[in-house]
Ligand binder design. Sequence first.
Ligand code: UDP
Ligand code: MG
Length: 321
Amino acid sequence: MICKESEKPVLYLVVPCYNEESVLPETAKRLKEKLQQMADSGLVHENSRILFVDDGSRDKTWSIIEKCYRENEQIEGLKLSHNRGHQNALFAGLMTAKDVCDCAVSLDADLQDDINALDGFLKEYLNGCDVVYGVRSKREKDTFFKRTTAEGYYKFLKLLGVDIVYNHADYRLMSHRALEALAEYREVNLFLRGIVPLIGFKTGTVYYERHERFAGESKYPLKKMISFAFDGITSFSIKPLKIIGNIGIIISMFSVVALIYALISKLTGNAVAGWTAIIASIWLLGGIQLLSLGIIGTYVGKIYSEVKDRPKYHIDAYLKK
Ligand code: UDP
Ligand code: MG
């Protein structure tokens, strides 16, 4: 405990920001009000803070954070040396907050995740939960495409045996000791919503409605979304490798049958010069082999980046209160 037993918890709100100049001033204002309201109602300690993490933005994000830092008692800033992506920025923020807070909540800069759910998070925390998941009860505000792909993806991950909380993104509270546990995960291919359930401890859930972005545009274009989704699968499940193995077995059995058939045809004098069949099978098998190699290659690539054990981020500046 950072605070004494009898005192209220010190809460850190960790907010990764990448080119968020259009939303930041409003976000800072809303979060500040919310934090003040929670402190006034005795839910959190006065020393609770908002930590903005600038993920190597190319616009005015950092100067806005600096300004907020100068003008507000509750706001801190962390600047990464360059753009490392949402998950790494979040991790950097959580690791920085870890030693100075009792609990930290991660949330996006666009406040699509309802900040009024924070009271619920804190109540669960005070009930003894080390991890509290924010779960989207409705996604009506998301586009049809985003909603169906995201929900389908959660189901697919479950099918592959990945322990993941349905419709939970990165809006969650973690206690000091859950953060310490998280720090022990050394992997480079970060997929936090897959790692956090592995930590265990008592968990709670808070439901909220997801809003639209109030300004700016999504920093997750389709390309990033696909690569993030793919990372989630290949970092947590080796089922695709097993599926390849099974396809290999089925095809091998099939080829034995084909061989017997070919032999019988030859012996009975019915063999036809099967040029078309040969070409077709070469293409089919070649395709399957390439696909298999590609999937195996993905895992080998992951092993490559894991064994290098490179640092996930470097801190350029830390504006601390
Ligand atoms: N983000 C980041 N680094 C990146 C991309 C995004 O820190 O490389 C942050 C972004 O500023 C936002 C959060 O991650 O706070 C989620 O991004 P966004 O809202 O654009 O994603 P969406 O809600 O559309 O999935
Ligand atoms: Mg968003």
